[in-house]
Design a protein around this ligand. Structure first.
Ligand code: TRP
Ligand code: SF4
Length: 548
């Protein structure tokens, strides 16, 4: 799915990368999968550092421990659910454009890890995407689809516990794609993917289908944290799916202090102003801070404005910028005498009238009902979120939780450049003959020095070595000590490339032989599943041109 720089995608590859480029790094789902600066993805795209969540992750996979999985969006929610044995899901998809190779194995392993950690796990074949964006025929798609599924099962995916499906035969999925499409605008396709007048409608349809894939685990069951393990090239899809998930919600829950709305900065500032006013009220008297213990000590918006102005002339002790302070002051001044009281607010976004009424009924305690929102004075934020979701689902809505993602590094090609499906020497297919795998490793580029002497003296460069990568990503398996030993020995000059490659080549040969045996055993399991592996037979089609 990711380590593929082969086919064009309907003439949009160039546009797409320029659309997603923002000062250097490009994230293009149909472009070339190469990133030279991973940390940059944190700054430029807001991908979060996986190091921040690894301690909360139960029994982290070796790909996590070795920082092959380097980034995430919102994975905290999934880690927490797994830790607490609460519902969680994992899903990823594979475009059946060629053989599954060792780059795909990373994703297979990530799915299997989550399945074993207790998540409902889904693997899907993105055949609509392969047909529409890559111009694959249904015959080829059928053949590759089978190969992906066999390898996934052979590596340990339990198809009885988890779910395997293909996009083209999943009616529920397509219905969901249609619903999501009503919230996706063409301008976003242009902005996010660089789509333009030349992009085929089927390609666009494959995008809403992927949005539906990402939210599918929450459709078949209940809303729950869901992780999508993918390469960072898929991040535009993840971000879009997170947006769409929010847009589909019946209600949006926010925190407010009076009738007006706040943006996040204003809310943070007002919270501090409010706390400082409420602190002054420790004795229960003179809460409005006007110097006398009047009978009416209700805090009012004008009191907050006054406090903010006093502070403003000081040193901005609340650290808000000028624009935030000014816009908040304006709101407080306009509200004047209105009481200032913290509350959670349910904003009506897409609710039916019945759902809105049901929400009003369901809010316990003191509340105030407006035309398009309800304020509750007794619920906290988390309880309000849970209630909003419950009412939505009961009323026939989706109640989606924002999907999360984790991102792994792309493997370097064996020949030193990018790993590419179109260049067999650059990658090892999971279907390669074991001897062929052996030969490819023996022929691989290394991070070694020109001579053995220099290598002993200076050490090799494991960080730049495709062979070391094979150890770290695959051959060392769960054995951290072994991976570290290879690294240390190489860096110290104790390890020479000839022997190192021989060892790696033998391990690769063993791995492939064993994997292929397991694939044969997986045939039986696959045959028992309810996955149609012969779509071509019953499907009339033309071969869509990849370049349109
Ligand atoms: N677009 C992905 C690829 O290029 C495949 C895919 C389809 C996918 N649906 C998905 C990946 C859902 C993750 C989640 O390979
Ligand atoms: Fe790579 Fe091994 Fe050579 Fe080190 S010794 S550079 S890890 S092949």
């Amino acid at each position: 799915m990711t380590d593929d720089d082969t086919a064009p995608d309907g003439g949009t590859t160039d546009d797409a990368s320029s659309a997603a480029t923002d000062g250097g790094v490009a994230l293009d789902p149909w472009g070339s999968a190469a990133v030279d600066d991973y940390p940059k993805l944190f700054e430029e795209f807001g991908i979060e550092d996986f190091a921040d969540v690894i301690d909360e992750t139960p029994d982290p996979h070796y790909l996590m421990r070795r920082k092959v999985i380097f980034g995430h969006r919102g994975y905290d929610a999934v880690a927490e659910a797994l830790r607490n044995d609460e519902p969680a899901a994992a899903l990823s998809g594979f475009m059946p454009t060629g053989d599954p190779h060792i780059g795909h194995k990373l994703v297979f392993d990530e799915l299997i890890y989550h399945q074993r950690a207790g998540a409902d796990t889904y693997g899907l074949i993105a055949d609509l995407e392969a047909h529409s964006a890559r111009g694959m025929t249904w015959d080829d798609i059928d053949e590759h689809a089978r190969d992906y599924l066999l390898s996934l099962i052979a590596l340990g995916f339990d198809p009885e516990e988890g779910t395997l499906y293909r996009q083209s035969t999943n009616r529920e999925l397509q219905d969901l794609a249609f619903e999501l499409g009503s919230k996706a605008r063409y301008a976003e396709f242009e902005g996010i993917y660089g789509f333009g007048g030349e992009t085929s409608v089927s390609h666009m349809q494959s995008v809403v289908t992927q949005m539906a894939d990402i939210l599918y685990p929450q459709l078949v069951d209940e809303p729950k944290p869901t992780v999508i393990p993918v390469g960072p090239d898929q991040d535009p899809h993840v971000r879009f799916a997170r947006d769409l998930a929010a847009r589909m919600r019946y209600f949006k829950v926010t925190e407010a202090y009076a009738s007006f709305e706040l943006d996040d900065d204003e809310r943070r500032l007002l919270a501090q102003v409010y706390d400082s006013l409420a602190d002054g009220d420790a004795d229960g008297e003179d809460a409005d801070g006007d110097g006398d213990d009047d009978a009416d000590d209700t805090l009012r918006c004008e009191d907050a404005a006054e406090r903010l102005r006093e502070a403003d002339t000081d040193e901005q002790p609340w650290g808000a910028d000028q624009a935030t302070t000014e816009s908040l002051l304006e709101k407080l001044d306009n509200a004047g005498m209105e009481p200032l009281r913290p509350r959670v607010r349910f904003l009506d976004r897409n609710a039916t009238d019945e759902a809105f009424d049901a929400l009003v009924d369901a809010v316990d305690g003191e509340k105030r009902v407006f035309e398009a929102h309800v304020d509750s004075f007794d619920l906290d934020r988390a309880a309000a979120e849970a209630l909003a979701r419950e009412v939505e689902v009961d009323a026939g809505g989706f109640g989606f939780v924002a999907p999360s993602s984790i991102y792994h590094r792309f493997m370097t090609g064996l020949t030193g450049g990018k790993m590419s499906s179109s260049d067999p020497a650059s990658h090892i297919s999971l279907l390669d003959d074991p001897e062929e795998g052996y030969d490819k490793v023996k022929a691989a580029a290394t991070g070694g020095r020109e001579t053995a002497e220099k290598q002993r003296e200076l050490g090799g460069k494991p960080d730049e070595c495709p062979v070391y990568e094979l150890y770290a990503y695959l051959l060392a398996g769960d054995d951290d000590e072994f991976a570290e030993k290879v690294y240390e020995e190489c860096a110290n000059g104790d390890r020479l490339c000839g022997g190192c490659k021989e060892q790696a080549a033998e391990l690769m040969e063993e791995f492939l032989a064993e994997h292929q045996e397991k694939r044969e055993e997986a045939e039986e399991l696959l045959a028992d599943l309810d996955v149609d592996l012969d779509v071509a037979e019953s499907r009339r089609s033309i071969t869509p041109s990849a370049e349109e």
